[in-house]
Design a binder for this molecule. Structure first.
Ligand SMILES: [Zn+2]
Length: 321
């Protein structure tokens, strides 16, 4: 690990606060990682305890790197939305009880005594992948995080596309099926209801209900992957159908934004080639030929440090505006 006097330029902290873990990095302006840290969020202990843990994690990350906190220029924070990146207020994240209209950016500014920026975690995963991961150099990047939900982020010319009120990029909630499956957002037929871990499991259960095949164990994403690899037809069809739904959504997004790269991350993207194959086939079938010609659909590269790296990047960008 590089230490001390070698780095004379700016150092920034980035932190990704999830419902389960807080992940942080200390980086230089080129995104070279000087230290990382991971702590459990302990969301059930409530808002103030979580804020204390964010502050502690950031201080400890600096300490671990060997740099004093006063050498750090600022901290970028990624948080579960919905939130307003312009005002730094978190509205009411469904997976974090006790948070409602919290001015998180300003609270952290006061506690850390440095500039702080705040953005939606999925936007920052997209920004991280654009900065140091699978989407380096892309003019327009779309990133989907396929986990418990489906997070979306759009990067144009190196910056997050925020829209009028900071909420843009919620690709997980684009309607794919009129009167389709219920989504956590209250709408029916959202992409998230089909391409999240829950959606994947729901598809397998639908197929099982209509089949007379052998009994299987508990339907989980891990088991679907395992069954598919041992030649289970229904598990393979589940993955293909999930990829097809994703492909339908991505074809529409591609026609609107004309991205050069679509990055897929999160647990469901670990289904690998069978999923990606179905996605690419469907995108090719549906999107305009000129759009698909220049379009790559690839896996994320940064794994679980993408959000924290993107957070650090967003702080750097905020300093230059
Ligand atoms: Zn939805």
């Amino acid at each position: 690990m590089s230490r001390g006097k070698k780095h004379t330029g700016r150092l920034v902290l980035g932190v990704d606060v999830g419902g389960t873990n807080i992940k942080s990095v200390l980086v230089d302006v080129r995104g070279e990682i000087l230290a990382t840290m991971k702590r459990s969020t302990l969301a059930r202990k409530g808002r103030d305890a979580v804020i204390d843990r964010i502050v502690m994690t950031l201080r400890d990350t600096a300490k671990k790197s060997g740099f004093p906190m006063k050498r750090v220029t600022g901290a970028g924070v990624g948080f579960a939305g919905p939130l307003d990146p312009a005002t730094g207020v978190v509205f009411n994240p469904p997976n974090l009880p006790g948070w409602s209209n919290v001015p998180l950016r300003d609270i952290l500014r006061q506690r850390l005594k440095m500039p702080v920026s705040l953005d939606n975690d999925a936007n920052l995963v997209a920004l991280g992948e654009h900065w140091k991961g699978a989407g380096r150099g892309a003019k327009c990047l779309v990133c989907l995080t396929l986990g418990t939900g489906v997070g979306g982020g759009i990067i144009v010319d190196g910056r997050v596309m925020h829209g009028a009120r900071g909420i843009a990029g919620e690709i997980g909630h684009m309607t794919l099926v009129r009167n389709g499956r219920m989504c956590a957002c209250g709408n029916k037929g959202c992409l998230e209801a089909y391409a999240s871990a829950k959606g994947l499991v729901a598809r397998m259960q639908e197929l099982l209900k209509n089949s007379k095949g052998p009994k299987r164990g508990r339907v989980t994403p891990e088991n679907i992957w395992r069954w598919a690899h041992s030649g289970d037809k229904l598990a393979n069809k589940t993955i293909k159908d999930t990829g097809t739904m994703l492909g339908v959504a991505i074809a529409s997004v591609a026609n609107i934004l004309n991205p050069d790269i679509v990055v897929l991350g999160g647990g469901v993207s670990n289904l690998g080639d069978p999923l990606f194959g179905a996605v690419r086939e469907e995108v090719r079938k549906r999107a305009l030929p000129k759009i698909t010609e220049g379009l790559q659909v690839v896996g994320a590269e940064l794994g679980d440090s993408a959000g924290a790296l993107g957070a650090a990047r967003s702080l750097l960008l905020s300093l230059n505006t």
